[in-house]
Design a protein around this ligand. Structure first.
Ligand code: ADE
Ligand code: ZN
Length: 338
């Protein structure tokens, strides 16, 4: 397929984004603007120098820069602007449903109130629903390099806003911070009615995916790249139809894989795994949903059926109602069959 034809097809697909850290959508231009109005000195003197710094050898090198960037966010308006910028961007890419992460501890540990963070994000999500027709879910992610006790206190802070939060996740430095460290707080989160997901098998081994499933009892795995190392795990994912929310550009940028041609998503689709494609931290990894679809399709030579399957999987793996899933999936099918 010609590049331009592929891009046009991808642009028109109605898409669901299920793996997106809102702090990772912080574009340098907006970072500069918010730093200026908050009187914060950035360590960079231009947008170009920020972009130049975005070269990572692993997850930790990225996280260090990502947490530094997030320090600019202080007021409710900042969180609103961040989220609104993301929504308008993905609206232009025909994303019609989002399930986004936020990292409360990145902000509350700096003295920014939980209410400030969530009010800004929630207002933008509501505006996106009204004005852009983008439905949404919100996922509060615990930082795994911090203690389980700290996660418990975040859970406590979230309770007044429970109706705005659909699930909890687990992100940040994976190696050495296995899912088993968070068994109690995940159990407590489920008791409060939150759905459960966790990053696992991004840099960490397939054992961490087993732990996320068996100990944390998650309904989706974020990343899960390493599952193909373990045939019994593949069988488990298939039996329970557990979704994997993959992020191909992130994987290349963080050296989880050497090159896009090595990405496991095609093999996963061949095995019938409910694999989906998302952008993770688009401002840092060079692309939003369309660019992730495009680079993956180009490198792995995906055909229209595989693209359709990925888009269907995105809705299938979402937390939308059965009716909403069916509606979106039939729209995807109609798009490809017309
Ligand atoms: N936080 C933001 N992006 C992340 C990723 N790719 N892995 C773990 N934690 C993250
Ligand atoms: Zn992620």
């Amino acid at each position: 397929m010609e590049s331009s034809e592929l891009k046009e097809i991808i642009q028109g697909i109605p898409k669901a984004e299920l793996h997106l850290h809102i702090e990772g959508s912080f574009e340098p231009e907006l970072m500069f603007e918010i730093a200026k109005r908050n009187n914060i000195d950035l360590a960079y003197d231009s947008i170009e120098s920020i972009k130049k710094a975005y070269k990572f050898n692993n997850l930790q090198e990225f996280l260090d820069i990502y947490y530094t960037g997030a320090q600019v966010l202080i007021h409710e308006q900042d969180f609103f602007d961040l989220t609104w910028a993301y929504l308008t961007k993905v609206h232009s890419q025909n994303v019609v449903h989002v399930e986004i992460f936020f990292d409360p501890q990145t902000h509350t540990d700096r003295g920014v109130g939980f209410d400030v963070v969530i009010n800004g994000i929630h207002k933008a999500l509501e505006k996106g629903k009204q004005e852009l027709n983008i439905s949404y879910k919100l996922i509060m992610s615990y930082l795994r390099h911090l203690s389980e006790e700290a996660a418990f206190s975040t859970l406590e802070s979230s309770l007044p806003f429970k109706d705005w939060i659909d699930g909890v996740g687990l992100d940040s430095s994976e190696m050495g911070n296995p899912p088993s460290k968070f068994v109690n707080v995940f159990k407590a989160s489920a008791n409060h009615g939150y759905q459960l997901v966790a990053h696992a098998g991004e840099e960490g081994p397939s054992d961490y995916i087993w732990e996320a499933l068996d100990l944390l009892k998650v309904v989706r795995i974020d990343h899960g790249n390493r599952c193909l190392d373990d045939e019994a795990l593949v069988q488990r994912l298939l039996e329970q139809n557990i979704p994997l929310t993959l992020c191909p550009l992130s994987n290349v940028e963080l050296k989880v894989i050497q090159k896009m041609e090595d990405h496991p998503v095609r093999k996963m689709l061949d095995k019938g795994i409910l694999a989906t494609i998302h952008s993770d931290d688009p401002a840092y990894f060079g692309g939003y949903m369309n660019e992730n679809y495009y680079e993956t399709a180009k490198a792995l030579d995906l055909d229209k059926n595989q693209l359709m399957q990925l888009a269907i999987n995105g809705f299938e793996a979402s937390w939308l109602s059965t009716e909403a899933k069916e509606k979106h999936i039939s729209e995807v099918k109609e798009y490809f069959n017309s």
